[in-house]
Design a protein. Structure first.
Length: 70
């Protein structure tokens, strides 16, 4: 990607508050973002499917941890 010419806008305390870029650069960024959003990057639910085997009842564990705080 080509370098983007930008101007930083600051407030009275010289803190950055905005960035100005050329409109052509903005259009290129929008195209990149659009292509990125169209990608299916969410994992399939089957990637996380499965079962766990608990060795302790969750409510008993919660009570045990709370007693440790006291």
């Amino acid at each position: 990607m080509k370098p983007i010419k930008k101007q930083i806008v600051t407030d009275e305390a010289m803190r950055p508050v905005a960035v100005l870029i050329d409109y052509e650069d903005w259009q290129a960024i929008e195209e990149i973002l659009k292509a990125y959003q169209e990608q299916d990057i969410t994992p399939a639910l089957s990637d996380y499917a499965g079962a766990i085997q608990l060795t302790v009842d969750p409510l008993d564990y919660q009570q045990q941890i709370r007693e440790e705080w006291s």
